[in-house]
Design a protein around this ligand. Structure first.
Ligand code: NAD
Length: 249
């Protein structure tokens, strides 16, 4: 099985690559940064360069699983967001995903098989302040998801998305180190803690596998219950926050 993962040098992409590699797949990391872990083939690429992406794709015999996962997040309030903030975020988080998916779908249609997983976000649905470009990019991924699942289903190709909440990766390292951010954030999560990249890669691996053979066009939250909760779940009266998580007293 051949597996291509964009953003494969980052937190979630790296966990996915390990997971697929350990199950015996041939794995390719497409990222501007190297992934030099054993058994992973690292392609150094600017993913917004579509000509370069297509050329690298052509060098692979076939793609069975593609995880379109690379993304950036540049916090900025609505009225402070510059054209550069907007364009650079949409370029990698949305436009690149479309062109990657298009190129991969052309290959998979010839194969009459394949699975594609997009890394969307809880921000595909909610309006977290200070993230307007990011939120717009992740919301629009659902439009790609639904249309691609619809068009590609007849060719035996499934397309799904994971929607992670706050996951501990290089992207979120500063937040995880700041208790004044994570304590109230995690107080609103039923599971009372942030997520690990492996908890997202487990879901991606499931969606990509035959275990999910009747699932397409779906978006699955991997968020500790964030999108299911509206009211504070935890408080200092009945629980203690220590080592990055809430536990009942
Ligand atoms: N960490 C979270 O809490 C969280 C939550 C929801 C969604 N996500 C999404 O998950 C995905 C992965 O996030 P992560 O937390 O692993 O982030 P990360 O920063 O650890 O990894 C992202 C990777 O993408 C690569 N990348 C970005 N732009 C690129 C470009 N133009 N060309 C080549 N490579 C590029 C980076 O080099 C990096 O290795 C992103 O799409 C992110 O939006 C993350």
């Amino acid at each position: 099985m051949n597996v291509l993962i964009t953003g494969g040098a980052g937190g979630i992409g790296r966990a996915c690559l390990r997971r697929f590699r350990d199950s015996g797949a041939n794995t390719w990391s497409f990222d501007r940064a190297d992934n030099d872990e054993p058994g992973i083939q690292s392609v150094s690429i600017d993913l917004t360069d579509h000509t370069s992406f297509d050329a690298h794709l052509d060098s692979l015999a076939s793609i069975d699983v593609a995880v379109l996962n690379a993304g950036i997040c540049r916090p900025q309030l609505l009225d402070q967001t510059t054209q550069e903030d907007w364009r650079s975020t949409l370029e990698i988080n949305l436009t690149a995903v479309f062109f990657h998916l298009q190129a991969i779908a052309r290959r998979m249609k010839q194969q009459r098989s394949g699975t594609i997983v997009l890394t969307a976000s809880t921000n595909s649905f909610d309006g977290e302040p200070g993230l307007i470009a990011y939120n717009a990019s992740k919301a629009a991924l659902l439009g790609i998801l639904h249309t691609a699942a619809n068009e590609l289903g007849p060719y035996g190709i499934r397309v799904n998305a994971v929607c992670p909440g706050l996951i501990q990766t290089p992207l979120t390292a500063a937040a995880f180190e700041n208790e004044s951010i994570v304590k109230p954030y995690f107080a609103a999560l039923p599971l009372g803690r942030g997520g690990q990249p492996e908890e997202v890669s487990n879901t991606i691996a499931f969606l990509a596998s035959n275990q999910a053979s009747y699932i397409t066009g779906a978006s699955i939250f991997v968020d500790g219950g964030q999108m299911a909760s509206k009211f504070a779940t935890w408080n200092d009266q009945n629980a203690t926050f220590a080592n990055g998580e809430w536990k009942l007293n």
